[in-house]
Design a protein around this ligand. Structure first.
Ligand SMILES: *Cc1c(COP(=O)(O)O)cnc(C)c1O
Length: 435
C-alpha cells in the first residue's frame, strides 16, 4: 500500500511511515494511491459474514499486503472484539450502534486498530512509542483503553479539568499501567496547544519517540470502514436493497470512512452529513464557499468543530468536484433545541435513549424523509456514543432510563490517578522529562 499527501500527489510513503508520521511534512493528509474495489461476489454475499470476517476482507483489500494476512488476522480479532448491531426502531429507521466497545464510543474502532498496528510495526529494540493526546472527552477514553497494555507504548492524555463528564474522567484516569492522565487547569484548546508545542520541542523529541493519536491518522480511518460494510451485511439479511447513512459529523472522519467504503464498492444511495451549529460543511455544500470558523459550544460537544480536519480528504476523494460530492452527500445542520427535542421524540416513540450526537443523526433521517416522501431505502443513523457519557443532557424519565453498561460499572470505585498541571508548557515539559 502506498500513500500520497493531499498537498503532494506524487509523494509515496508506505503504510508504516504514514501511521507513525500521522501527518506528512507538508501538512497535507495521507491518502491511499489506490482504493481497490472489493470483489463483487464478496459484496453480494456479504450477509454470510461476521464483523471480524468482514473487517479482515476490507482491511486486506485496502492494505494490499502492508501487513501479512496472518498478522492482520490477529490484529483484527484483537481490536474488533465487540459488536456493532443495526437495531430497528419503531419509527421505521435503523440505528447503527457503535458504542459497544470499551470506551462506549465509535472511536474505539479507530483507536484499538491503530494501537495494535503501531505495536505491530514497532520493531524489536526500537524506542518506546510515546503517544501524546489532548482530549475534550471521547478521544482520550478510546485512546487510553485502546493502548492499555499494548507492548512498546506509553500514553499521556491531557484533559481540561472539570470539563469532561464523570464517565469520561473514569475512563481517562483509572487505567494505570502504560496510561498517564494529566488534568490541566484550562480548556481543551490549552491542552491541544501543550501537545502541539511538545511535538516541536527539540529536547522532548530527542528523548522520546513522540506520536499523536489524533483522528487524521490513516490507521484510524481504515477500521471505521468496517462497520459500514457490516451494517450492509445485516441489512441484506433483513432483505433490504438500498441504504442511506446519516452520520453525526464533527471532524468528518466517520463519514470520510463511509465514503472510503463506498469507493471500495459498498452500494450506498446517499450519505447525510448531519452537524450541529458548527455547520461549515453544510454551508459549503449549499453555497460552494468553504469558510472555516471558530467552533461554538453545543450539547453534542464531540462535534464542536469549525474547521473539520478530514474535509480535505473527502474533497480529494472527489477530485475537488463539489457537484459530484453533492450527488452522494447531503448536509443538514441542527441546533441545540432541536437536539433536545429529538432526544425526547426518540424516547417517546421507541423507548430508546439516544446521546445528543446520535440524536442529530436521527434528525438527519427525519429531514430526509420530509424532503423525499416515499423513500424506500433503509434509513440508518449512526449512534456514535452511549448516552451515559453525557449525563447533563438528560432529565427526568429519560435520565432514569439510561442504563449503565458493564464497562462503566467496572471502573466505578477504581481510584483516580491523574497529575494536576497548570496550562503551562514548561511545567508540562518538566513532567514529561521527569516521568
Ligand atoms: C468524535 C465524535 C463524533 C464526530 O466524529 P467525526 O469523525 O469527528 O466526524 C460524533 N459523535 C461522537 C460521540 C464522537 O465522539
Amino acid at each position: 500500500m502506498k500513500l500520497y499527501s493531499t498537498n503532494n500527489p506524487i509523494l509515496e510513503v508506505d503504510f508504516k511511515e504514514a501511521v507513525f508520521n500521522s501527518l506528512p511534512q507538508d501538512k497535507g493528509l495521507y491518502m491511499p494511491h489506490a482504493i481497490p474495489r472489493l470483489d463483487d461476489v464478496f459484496i453480494s454475499n456479504i450477509g454470510q459474514y461476521t464483523l471480524p470476517e468482514i473487517a479482515f476482507m476490507v482491511a486486506r483489500n485496502v492494505l494490499q499486503g502492508a501487513i501479512p494476512d496472518f498478522d492482520l488476522h490477529t490484529i483484527i480479532n484483537d481490536a474488533i472484539n465487540f459488536p456493532a448491531p443495526v437495531v430497528a426502531l419503531e419509527d421505521g429507521s435503523y440505528v447503527l450502534e457503535l458504542f459497544h466497545g470499551p470506551s462506549l464510543a465509535f472511536k474505539d474502532f479507530g483507536a484499538r486498530f491503530m494501537s495494535r498496528v503501531m505495536s505491530y510495526f514497532l520493531e524489536e529494540g526500537e524506542k518506546e512509542l510515546h503517544v501524546l493526546v489532548a482530549t475534550s472527552g471521547d478521544t482520550g477514553g478510546a485512546v487510553a483503553l485502546g493502548f492499555l497494555g499494548v507492548a512498546g507504548t506509553k500514553v499521556t492524555i491531557l484533559y481540561p479539568k472539570g470539563k469532561v463528564s464523570p464517565v469520561q474522567e473514569l475512563q481517562l484516569t483509572t487505567n494505570g499501567h502504560n496510561i498517564h492522565a494529566i488534568e490541566v487547569d484550562g480548556t481543551f484548546d490549552d491542552c491541544q496547544a501543550l501537545v502541539k508545542q511538545a511535538f516541536t520541542d527539540a529536547t522532548l523529541n530527542e528523548k522520546f519517540r513522540l506520536t499523536s493519536a489524533n483522528s487524521i491518522n490513516i490507521s484510524r480511518l481504515i477500521p471505521q470502514t468496517f462497520y459500514y460494510f457490516n451494517a450492509w451485511s445485516q441489512l441484506r439479511r433483513l432483505g433490504k436493497t438500498e441504504v442511506i447513512f446519516s452520520v453525526p459529523s464533527g471532524n468528518f472522519g466517520n463519514i470520510g470512512a463511509g465514503l472510503l467504503a463506498w469507493k471500495m464498492g459498498l452500494p450506498v444511495k446517499q450519505f447525510i452529513a448531519a452537524t450541529n451549529a458548527n455547520d461549515t460543511v453544510p454551508v459549503f455544500l449549499e453555497s460552494g464557499v468553504y469558510q472555516a470558523k471558530p467552533s461554538v459550544q453545543t450539547w453534542s460537544n464531540a462535534m464542536d468543530v469549525g474547521n473539520p480536519s478530514n474535509w480535505v480528504r473527502i474533497m480529494n476523494l472527489f477530485n475537488n468536484d463539489r457537484d459530484a460530492l453533492k450527488d452522494l452527500v447531503t448536509g443538514y445542520k441542527f441546533g441545540d433545541d432541536e437536539t433536545v427535542s429529538a432526544i425526547e421524540q426518540i424516547f417517546a416513540a421507541n423507548n430508546y435513549v439516544a446521546c445528543p450526537h446520535t440524536a442529530i443523526a436521527w434528525l438527519g433521517v427525519q429531514r430526509w424523509k420530509e424532503t423525499y416522501a416515499g423513500e424506500n431505502a433503509a434509513m440508518v443513523f449512526l449512534s456514535t456514543a452511549h448516552p451515559c457519557k453525557f449525563p447533563d443532557v438528560f432529565k427526568g424519565e429519560i435520565a432514569s432510563a439510561v442504563e449503565i453498561p458493564e464497562q462503566v460499572k467496572e471502573l466505578e470505585g477504581k481510584p483516580k490517578q491523574a497529575i494536576s498541571l497548570p496550562a503551562d508548557f514548561e511545567a508540562f515539559k518538566r513532567y514529561l522529562l521527569e516521568n
